[in-house]
Design a protein around this ligand. Structure first.
Ligand code: B12
Ligand code: SF4
Ligand code: SF4
Length: 375
């Protein structure tokens, strides 16, 4: 550790974080998260993590801060709100309004990281090492926030801040500064409530705090391959992420509880317009999201399912994009376009199918698809 050039303590760190726009800051020890490691390994062993990598790829690394910063002694953990300041509604001109989950409407990690960098900069100026980690495979952010006394683990698996709920992104500064740790573990605030569990459209919360990723829509939109057929109707209008286990939570009250929020069409994108974009435009617009292997076909796959669940079958714009998807040589696109045509009751469009009859295409053709009721 380098000699100190300027004194810094936990109080100053917290004040700096708040000035830099962070909503909550806590300091805790940087010991390995042994319980979290066992929990990750348990979930992985019984298949709950599906094919997810992230913190599941190397649990020994993701649960031991020392693997990221050799000399680490403390974690300064912060939360930054992404709670919407407007009531979101789709633009009436959209042929197929696709909903973006609140955390992905804008890059909320950028101001979180910027705030953490302010703290890290001050620690470095005082002669210490400091490294910012947020939504990175090297740290289990919720476990760190829990240890730093920022909140409790809700039954929806999220970390909830007392009185404010879970719509916060989380991150840490790893440092060798021996900051005072006065964090107190926050007691469970859920009580007998189970609203998130019943609100989940796919029953993915299999036990309080435990998500089965194989059913979780937030994971399935990020996964490669064919979208599971049994969850396509439940996907409804979601193009990225899922908010239901949070919007159903009574602690997540709107920012202005009791006052009407202004409405905004931010948070919706037209799935038909997405299918009209070329690869470059799709990545320029949505490349900030986690897209499997950076392949735009997965954005198109999800857009087709949203069209199936929301669009009008007589709309010429819809016919145009679905028929051209049916004519695609990409079996993922063609397969989902078959489902979309069927769900819209437009089996006549399947004449456009031009893809070789692979197993995936054949399975789609043989599937019994629930035709959507139109109003
Ligand atoms: C993998 C991952 C996912 C996966 C799997 C999520 C999961 N629950 O396992 C998928 C893609 C599904 C996902 C979805 C979402 N994610 Co995510 N995700 C991650 C990531 C990369 C790793 C999480 C992890 O390690 N999971 C392993 C398990 C073992 O740990 P855990 O999820 O933290 O769960 C803890 C609790 O379950 C608790 N616990 C264990 N047993 C029990 C028992 C009881 C009774 C209770 C109450 C708790 C409890 O201990 C666990 C360990 O601390 C983190 C970023 C990071 N590097 O940490 C973000 C992160 C967890 N995700 C985040 C967000 C915002 C989301 C979404 C809300 C996005 C969206 N709107 O679609 C959803 C929420 C879904 C949900 N209900 O969890 C935030 C959460 C912020 C918060 N306030 O909690 C994080 C921290 C990103 C960030 N840096 O801000 N995510
Ligand atoms: S994110 Fe959606 S699908 Fe996943 S557990 Fe929450 S409500 Fe269920
Ligand atoms: S909905 Fe109820 S059970 Fe679920 S996280 Fe919120 S308070 Fe806890």
């Amino acid at each position: 550790m380098a000699p100190m050039s300027e004194s810094i303590d936990s109080e100053k760190v917290r004040a700096l974080g708040r000035e830099a726009g962070l909503d909550a800051v806590g300091v805790c020890l940087a010991d390995p998260f042994d319980d979290t490691r066992s929990e990750i390994e348990r979930r992985k062993a019984i298949g709950l993590s599906d094919t997810m990598q992230f913190t599941f790829r190397n649990p020994a690394r993701s649960t031991d801060p020392q693997r990221t910063l050799d000399s680490v002694q403390r974690l300064v953990v912060a939360a930054r709100s992404y709670r919407p300041k407007t009531r979101r509604r789709a633009d009436d001109s959209m042929a197929a309004p696709a909903r973006i989950a609140d955390y992905a409407v804008s890059d909320y990690y950028a101001p979180l990281r910027a705030g953490l960098e302010v703290i890290a900069g001050a620690l470095r100026s005082s002669g210490y090492s400091a490294r910012v980690v947020a939504d990175d495979n090297a740290m289990v952010d919720r476990a760190a926030a829990h240890r730093a006394g920022l909140g409790w683990f809700g039954k929806n698996a999220n970390l909830l801040l007392v009185g404010h709920g879970s719509q916060f992104v989380l991150g840490s500064v790893l440092t060798d500064a021996p900051l005072e740790t006065d964090a107190e573990i926050v007691e469970d605030g859920c009580g007998p409530c189970r609203r998130c569990i019943t609100a989940c459209p796919t029953d993915a919360i299999i036990e309080p705090g435990v998500i089965d990723a194989r059913r979780c829509l937030a994971w399935l939109v990020q996964k490669t391959g064919v979208f599971p057929r049994e969850y396509r109707v439940a996907l409804a209008d979601r193009i990225y992420g899922c908010d239901d286990c949070q919007t159903s939570c009574p602690v997540n009250r709107p920012a202005d509880a009791g006052h009407p929020l202004p409405t905004s069409t931010e948070g919706y994108v037209d799935a038909v317009a997405m299918l009209q974009m070329d690869d470059e435009t799709l990545l320029a617009n949505f490349g900030r999201w986690y897209i499997p292997r950076r392949e735009p076909r997965y954005l198109r796959r999800n857009a087709l399912l949203v069209i199936a669940n929301t669009a009008q079958p007589e709309d010429q714009r819809v016919e145009g994009v679905v028929c051209s998807a049916l004519a695609s040589n990409d079996e993922i696109i063609a397969a989902h376009a078959i489902w979309t045509a069927r769900r819209l009751g437009r089996d006549d469009w399947i004449a456009w199918l031009d893809c070789p009859r692979t197993d995936v295409i054949q399975q789609e053709l043989e599937l019994d698809v629930p035709v959507r009721a139109m109003f």
